[in-house]
Design a protein around this ligand. Structure first.
Ligand code: PLP
Length: 446
């Protein structure tokens, strides 16, 4: 079992306190916005600082001690990432980028030259949908009303179209739902397609194994980012097959990516350098690798078990609150710790504000950059008028949800406090006056 006190000791942010309405003393922060971004534990911060203080220089080009030290550390990052995700380095490689959005965009870029549509799930964050739309035809495969994927629809579309790639999330940032990525990979491979997995939410929440290329359920492309895995220093990666990466034109055709340039021609390096134009975020990548080692040290099975306890407790508590609806599948075992919910009659921005100002509970609210999925989960029938008003630049209250999302240092007591506060909001029993927030006054009178 995960030693929660030792873990919390590693995260100074857990000792942060804030003034809240109606309480004489500042209250300890309850950070439940891990789905948006995470904090670095001490070990990762120290690695970052130590590297900058003692070993930093530009990589690959120097013949001095610092450059050699930095280059070695930078090259080790790839090994750490490959080990963490179970990736095989001979036929695959890792391209370092800035965030998940960029890593996924690179994936779409690499597949752009291949014929056929990309089949994108309707569960995706826009980052794993719009880049494919920008590079060619896209088809979508469906989700059921309970927020799970429609595998039959996926299979039908794979049969009916010559799909080049299936794009799917490793875990939904809205419902926390965990698609069976290996089943999807097998289906994709059976039909000659590749699979691109958005691992933003999965990376730090459950064990990952992209598997050997010889396994029909292996993952071709996998994207992940440090800021969602306890290393918010601007580093991310795309894991992918060397042959496809080398066949694609360089993502950033510029310095560092070339072998030789004449006045008329440029000869580009092989991957990963081919796609990594300019000086990389060296210290960020070193810190990212330290975070992965930190997670390995804790144990990803332990991380997953701990999170499951938190999700079970949250869903159990929330389901007892009439008027509160958790979006997505009811089984905690099918989810990571992202629990989007709606409170009948209470606007999401108001609920999130009250959680913050009256209990120092940090959650996210809104649409979570996954409009099609969220609107389906919210059972919105007709969004045409809303779209028209938004596109016309009107100030519209967007439908949305409130999303607590758990991480490694959250406790069961924190979950109980979050559930209690959701009950307070449901009962309109908050203390402050939030007249400035959309719908607040009307809401309190109900
Ligand atoms: N994909 C998913 C599932 C996400 O949750 C997010 C961000 O929340 C992204 C992609 C985009 O990530 P980034 O902010 O690292 O670009």
């Amino acid at each position: 079992m995960l030693d929660i006190n030792r873990i919390r000791d590693q995260f100074p942010i857990t000792r942060q306190r804030f003034e809240v309405t109606g309480a004489p003393e500042p209250r300890p922060l309850i950070y439940m916005d891990h789905g948006a971004s995470t904090h670095p534990p001490r070990a990762v911060l120290e690695t970052y600082k130590d590297f900058l203080e003692k070993s930093y220089a530009n990589v690959h080009r120097g013949h001095h001690y610092l450059s050699e030290m930095a280059t070695n550390r930078f090259e080790d990052v790839t090994e750490d990432i490959l080990r963490f995700i179970g990736g095989e380095g001979e036929r695959n490689t890792v391209i370092l980028c800035g965030n998940t959005t960029q890593a996924l965009d690179l994936g779409a870029h690499v597949m752009a030259g291949r014929p056929g549509p990309t089949l994108v799930s309707l569960m995706e964050h826009h980052s794993n949908d719009l880049p494919h739309r920008a590079r060619g035809p896209v088809l979508h495969f469906g989700v059921h009303d309970d927020g799970t994927l429609d595998y039959d629809d996926l299979e039908t579309k794979l049969r009916e179209h010559e799909v080049k790639a299936v794009a799917v999330t490793g875990a939904s940032n809205v419902s926390g739902y965990l698609p069976d990525i290996h089943r999807i990979a097998r289906l994709a491979h059976d039909h000659g397609a590749r699979i691109i997995v958005d691992g933003a939410q999965l990376l730090a929440h459950a064990p990952i194994d992209v598997r050997s290329d010889d396994d029909p359920g292996h993952i071709d492309f996998f994207a992940g980012a440090g800021h969602k895995a306890y290393a918010p220093f601007g580093s991310s990666f795309l894991f992918g097959p060397r042959d496809l990466l080398d066949e694609a034109p360089p993502y950033i055709p510029s310095g560092g990516t070339v072998v030789y340039v004449t006045e008329d021609e440029a000869y580009y390096k092989r991957s990963p350098d081919r796609h990594q134009g300019g000086t990389p975020n060296i210290a960020g990548a070193v810190a990212f690798a330290a975070a992965l080692r930190f997670l390995e040290h804790v144990g990803m099975d332990e991380v997953r078990s701990h999170e499951l306890v938190l999700v079970e407790r949250a869903m159990d508590g929330l389901k007892k609150l009439e008027g509160v609806r958790v979006l997505g599948h009811p089984s905690p075992a099918k989810r990571i710790g992202a629990v989007a919910l709606e409170i009948e009659g209470v606007p999401h921005e108001l609920a999130a504000t009250i959680l913050n100002r009256e209990a120092a509970i940090a959650v996210r609210n809104g649409c979570f950059c996954a409009h099609p999925y969220l609107h389906r989960l919210l059972r919105l029938e007709n969004t045409a008028e809303l779209r028209q008003r938004l596109v016309a630049g009107e100030d519209v209250d967007l439908p949305g949800a409130v999303r607590p999302s758990f991480g490694i240092f959250n406790t069961e007591d924190e979950v109980d406090e979050m559930v209690r506060m959701i009950g307070v909001i449901r009962d309109r029993a908050w203390k402050g006056d939030y007249g400035e927030i959309a719908g607040a006054a009307a809401c309190k009178e109900l």
